[in-house]
Ligand binder design. Structure first.
Ligand SMILES: Nc1nc(O)c(N)c(N[C@@H]2O[C@H](COP(=O)(O)O)[C@@H](O)[C@H]2O)n1
Length: 218
């Protein structure tokens, strides 16, 4: 279990609604479509929720076909008790994998948004979930495990330091890592595979533009 943390709202990137400045960091955000084995998945939330049920492809279909991420989450609720037996143990690596897929397949817009958070703590401000996010305290601080925010910060740092390691996302080494009964293959970044991250300007540039830059400033 991750430690509880306290965050000062003014010194953090805080998101709650998807239409806010950093709302794209939420798994609920539209506009970051995914594709696995030829199936379009509308949000990272739908992929995460479907990952509970590799042994129940019909339930995965029910979740994945939802356009609304909240509806995808709601559809999974009645089946939660039937989540894969090791769900509590694998849910954080699965969330991390979902975020990696979201980045690989939305390299420019999600990568850019992550870099724009600079070096600030990232926190999902949640009314009731202090595990994935953090809840507002009476003193105005945010308190919680903030596991989603911490995974996003970890991903951001990797994106700054070693972007090429994020171009391809390997399937997780967990039992029955399946979508609709099929093995999930390595996921390659779509189209923009060769973009270069230039952290200082917090911009992602194609190689042709990047080559004009002094290497000290890449
Ligand atoms: N119910 C709800 N409403 C929101 O607006 C949220 N952002 C969330 N949080 C997200 O729900 C996912 C975790 O789901 P489980 O409770 O583990 O099934 C995760 O993506 C959170 O960021 N929930």
């Amino acid at each position: 279990m991750a430690e509880m943390r306290t965050y000062q709202r003014a010194q953090a990137v805080v998101f709650r609604k998807t239409n806010e400045r950093f709302g794209g960091l939420s798994n609920m955000a539209p506009g970051y479509p995914l594709e696995i084995n030829g199936t379009r998945i509308h949000t990272a939330e739908a992929l995460y929720q479907a990952s509970r049920f590799p042994h129940l492809p019909d339930v995965q279909h029910l979740i994945i076909r939802q356009i609304s991420p909240m509806t995808a989450k709601m559809r999974s609720k009645p089946f939660r008790k039937d989540s894969r037996p090791d769900w509590e143990r694998v849910r954080v690596p699965i969330m991390k994998w979902c975020l990696r897929v979201k980045l690989a397949q939305n390299w420019e817009n999600f990568g850019q948004l992550l870099l724009e958070t600079d070096t600030l703590p990232i926190v999902e401000d949640s009314r009731k979930d202090e595990y994935w996010g953090a809840k507002a305290s009476e003193d105005g601080t945010l308190h919680g495990n903030n596991v989603l925010g911490r995974l996003l910060m970890e991903l951001r740092e990797k994106l700054k330091r070693d972007p090429s390691t994020l171009f391809e996302v390997q399937p997780l080494p967990v039992d029955d890592f399946l979508l609709f009964g099929l093995t999930i293959p390595p996921i390659a970044a779509l189209a923009r595979k060769h973009l270069i991250v230039q952290p200082q300007a917090k911009k992602i540039l194609p190689p042709a533009q990047a080559s004009f830059l002094d290497s000290d400033h890449r």
